[in-house]
Design a binder for this molecule. Structure first.
Ligand code: ADP
Length: 531
């Protein structure tokens, strides 16, 4: 270490400093411009020496800056940090402005004063600080989102316009993606992006970036003119329309990974320019935050759904089991009393007890089936069966019920039906639910027709009644659990159709209901062919 810093050493230090070191005279003309200043401002020392310091200051600050330097000169304070009262900024040769930090000192040289300024470009630091602040606020906002769909919407609103001009958020469903939220700076384009969210799930083509994400779980950056590759790789018409409308120059696809699972994707679009390394890092931080929030929201959704299911079940059990239990209690006490007083038990009462027990048994079976459906444990043991035999057998057990109500039951079977794949007991249960409903809602003296025919999908089985029918606005709800159009005269708990749907779908079939209020209802389902 030299014990005295010589002029040469000082000159060397100034030369290699990455900060800008600039000297000016009393008239504020530049007299010295180091290498660091050349890099920051883009001017060479040769070009700038002799010019006024103003050249390096954005126009709106020039007047106040000149006055402050004069004030400083008069103050006789040796050195001062600049920008204590307000932020300072520099301007590069290219015209680009940048935030800066600077200190100024004055040195008397003979009669003259020399000002030395040391200035640092803080663009990157400021950007990092802003981003950190943004991510902290984003974390808070996402934590307060309610449910997964609101979480997705909030992520989209956070991403646009902060980091992109447009964005799409998708949930992963198997090997495909289902759009859940989108945003764009242009409201017209945003409306077009919204259409993607209304379309169903899409399976990305082999060369689509989302396929790469499925395989690698790493981000994919497309630039520039990303649009051409995206429109070529667009599977659905709504996606193609959105890409054409947006016409992005670059696109950044980010995986949403939570608990080591790929749960979705965040895609960011820029109309002009691309994403630099900083942007990608920032977007990855946002995607991490989004994945965490989405995962939490989904867990929250699941917990709420199971709580709701539990409440509904408790409601049904307490309401629908209470009546038959009360009947059994009352009737059995009555019979005990009769026996104690030496009389014989009334046969009618025994029948009522048996009926109440049947009712409870049916309800418990339904609740257990719903529970199995929820847990994905409704086992189907399907085997090839002749649909006409299946139907004839199933209806045999229902005949007494129909006759009791004075209803005609007609079976219409197409000849030479091919065999279908069915779990006999479960299909019997389905038919008994559908015919049971037809009986419940049909007047005495009317007719119920059960028909089976073959079509492309397999066998189509229909149950037609000419009962009360279902109001148009109620049709979309008939397969919902616990739903009933009228709560009065409750027979059943509103689970029959939900279970029937579960059974038919587990067979790979479809179920649907058509109805005209006042005219009647037709419930139909398909069963797949055996081969
Ligand atoms: P439940 O029969 O126990 O009420 P379901 O799930 O079988 O439950 O049916 C749900 C509701 O759909 C019924 O309560 C009724 O309002 C309506 N519904 C079903 N089938 C028919 C039908 N054949 N005619 C009129 N309404 C029907």
């Amino acid at each position: 270490m030299p014990d005295r810093i010589t002029h040469d050493i000082l000159a060397e230090i100034v030369e290699i400093a990455s900060d800008a070191v600039i000297c000016m005279d009393a008239t504020q003309h530049i007299t010295f411009f180091n290498r660091g200043a050349e890099v920051i401002f883009g001017w060479t020392s040769e070009e700038i020496v002799g010019q006024r310091i103003e050249t390096l200051i954005p126009e709106r600050y020039r007047g106040s800056h000149a006055r402050q330097v004069e004030e400083f000169g008069r103050s006789k304070v040796r050195a001062r940090r600049m920008g204590e009262r307000r932020e300072i900024a520099g301007i590069r040769k290219s015209g680009e402005e940048f935030p800066a930090e600077a200190a100024i000192s004055q040195v008397q040289q003979g009669d003259d004063v020399v000002y030395a300024v040391v200035l640092r470009d803080v663009t990157i630091r400021q950007r990092l600080e802003q981003r950190q602040r943004f991510l902290a606020e984003a974390g808070e906002k996402l934590a307060s989102a309610f449910g997964s769909s609101e979480t997705l919407t909030k992520v989209a609103q956070l991403a646009v316009p902060t980091i992109a001009d447009g964005c799409i958020l998708e949930n992963r469903v198997g090997s495909g993606f289902l759009a859940g939220a989108s945003a764009h700076v242009d409201p017209h384009i945003e409306a077009i992006l919204d259409e993607i969210c209304l379309a169903g799930a899409r399976i990305p083509s082999k060369d689509h970036p989302l396929t790469e994400i499925l395989n690698s779980r790493a981000h994919v950056l497309l630039q520039p003119s990303a649009a051409s590759r995206l429109t070529v790789a667009s599977a659905s018409p709504s996606y193609l329309k959105a890409m054409t409308a947006m016409n992005p120059e670059s696109a950044l696809f980010l995986p949403l990974v939570a608990r080591e699972q790929l749960i979705g994707a965040l895609t960011l679009f820029r109309t002009h320019g691309s994403f630099d390394r900083d942007d990608v890092g920032f977007a990855e931080d946002l995607a991490r935050l989004a994945a965490l929030a989405l995962d939490n929201a989904r867990l929250h959704d699941t917990v709420r759904a199971s709580l709701r299911a539990r409440d509904e079940m408790v409601g049904v059990v307490s309401h629908d089991l209470r009546n038959p239990v009360a009947a059994v209690k009352m009737l059995s006490r009555m019979m005990l009393r009769e026996q104690e007083s030496g009389g014989a038990a009334d046969r009618e009462n025994i029948e009522l007890i048996a009926q109440a027990a049947e009712q409870m048994d049916a309800l418990i079976r339904d609740l257990l089936d719903v529970n199995r459906l929820d847990a994905g444990r409704l086992a189907i043991a399907a085997a090839p069966v002749d649909p006409s035999v299946l139907l004839t057998d199933s209806l045999q057990t229902l005949r007494p019920l129909v006759e009791e109500k004075g209803i005609d039951l007609d079976l219409q079977i197409e000849t030479a039906l091919p065999k279908v794949l069915a779990d006999r007991e479960r299909i019997q249960q389905t038919l008994s639910n559908l015919v049971g409903n037809a009986i419940k809602f049909s007047p005495p003296g009317s007719k119920i027709v059960v028909a089976v025919r073959s079509d492309r999908e397999g066998a189509v089985i229909s149950v037609l009644d000419s009962g009360t029918g279902i109001a148009v606005e109620h049709l979309p709800r008939v397969f919902d659990r616990y739903w009933q159009s009228s709560r009065t005269n409750r027979q059943g708990a509103g689970l029959g159709l939900a279970i029937a749907k579960g059974i038919v779908e587990a067979h790979g079939g479809r179920i649907w209901i058509e109805s005209r209020p006042g005219e009647g209802t037709t419930a139909s389902f398909t069963l797949p062919l055996a081969e």
